[in-house]
Ligand binder design. Structure first.
Ligand code: KG4
Ligand code: ZN
Length: 347
């Protein structure tokens, strides 16, 4: 019998729903919230309210586009964590109520496991084990994946995530939120070797981006004269603005090049330490063109196999929740439907 999963994602500022049958995505709908742009970041209260408005139409549209009716759905999967608590509650309560009313199993999905498994959507034959570099707005992880439901985080950021490094750098450059995609756009017209931002020296497989952010801050404050804090070098606000305006593409390209090199050096180190030469990319930052090119070149040069999801499966989406729900269904990993219990998604 084919297995049909209805999936819901609401961890941050995207309300999304998808339907998959036997791991094949039939529909993948998303309502992106625009209300946050004016605030320079996601406002949790606005996000929860927007999820409440969007969730019913988005789920209805996903079902309609898939051609699947609710009574043929075998299980409801949803993002249990991590994410904004109010946003998670909207999707979680909706999924649980739906599962209870239909008498179907409920599957609690860990958002970061789902980002990794987004790779299986277009590459169902992807061979295990593989190493996944997961880079999103809130996380930066190196994950050793032994099977769809057995994964281990072997390295992660000790401070900011890669997405935060992009977004905070963009903010320093005066670009609107979320700045990551804008840095990517400007970088295409700039020289990445023009400004050499420092690479942090962190032991093992962990990452750090907060030092880079600080050095960018000082570099802009000093209008390009130094990466360090020198009160006597601080330029006037007009000089700082003019420095950014004149050099924006090169600044974006140089920042992007450094973030990408930090990520890829650690990924290569993980390959050497584990001996696993199948690598994959996941998470919103994997939409970055510099990172996609960099990882592809690294894989070619070192004879690794490399898998990268196409753009709609990099940033938050419900198809990745559906594919994860499908594998958890096969493993019979169901969440409790007892209304007194709260689920915890393990991975
Ligand atoms: O995975 P995601 O959609 O949401 C989280 O789970 O956090 O990741 C969002 C992050 C944001 O920081 C955004 O700026 C970044 O992904 N991002 C990019 C690009 N597209 C999205 N960063 C750099 N270049 C891009 N093209
Ligand atoms: Zn995400």
């Amino acid at each position: 019998m084919p297995v049909c999963i209805l999936a819901i994602e609401s961890s941050c500022d995207e309300t999304a729903a998808a339907v998959c049958v036997d791991g094949k995505i039939l529909s993948n709908e998303i309502a992106t919230q625009v209300a946050h742009a004016n605030f320079g970041g996601v406002v949790p209260e606005l996000a929860s309210r927007a999820h409440l408005q969007h969730i019913v139409p988005v789920v209805a549209l996903a079902l309609q586009k898939s051609g699947v009716s609710l009574d043929t759905v075998d299980a409801i999967a949803y993002t249990q964590s991590p994410g904004l608590i109010g946003s998670l509650l909207v999707g979680g309560q909706f999924a649980k109520s739906l599962a209870l009313s239909l008498g179907k199993p409920l599957i609690a999905v860990h958002h970061m496991q789902a980002h990794v498994l987004a790779n299986l959507i277009e590459h169902p034959q992807l061979s295990f084990p593989f190493l996944c570099l997961t880079v999103s707005g809130g996380h930066t992880q190196l994950v050793k994946c032994d099977s769809p439901t057995r994964m281990e985080v072997i390295g992660e950021t000790i401070d900011d995530a890669a997405g935060e490094a992009f977004d905070k750098s963009a903010k320093l450059l005066g670009l609107p939120y979320p700045g990551g995609p804008l840095i990517d756009q400007y970088a295409k017209r700039g020289r990445g070797d023009r400004f050499a931002f420092p690479e942090p020296q962190i032991a093992g497989l962990d990452f750090s981006f907060s030092g880079l952010k600080t050095s960018i801050l000082y570099f802009l404050q000093n209008a390009g004269k130094s990466h360090a804090y020198h009160p006597e070098l601080i330029a006037t606000p007009e000089e700082q603005r003019s420095f950014i305006e004149t050099n924006l593409p090169d600044l974006c390209a140089s920042i992007q090049q450094r973030i990408v090199s930090i990520l890829l050096h650690k990924l290569k180190k993980a390959v050497v330490l584990t001996g696993i030469k199948n690598i994959a990319l996941a998470g919103g930052v994997s939409a970055n063109s510099g990172l996609r090119t960099g990882i592809t070149e690294m894989a070619k040069l070192n004879h690794y196999t490399c898998t990268i999801p196409s753009l709609p499966y990099c940033t938050d989406n419900a198809a990745m929740i559906a594919i994860t729900g499908y594998h958890k269904y096969l493993d019979k990993q169901f969440a409790s439907l007892d209304i007194r219990s709260s689920a915890k998604a393990t991975w």
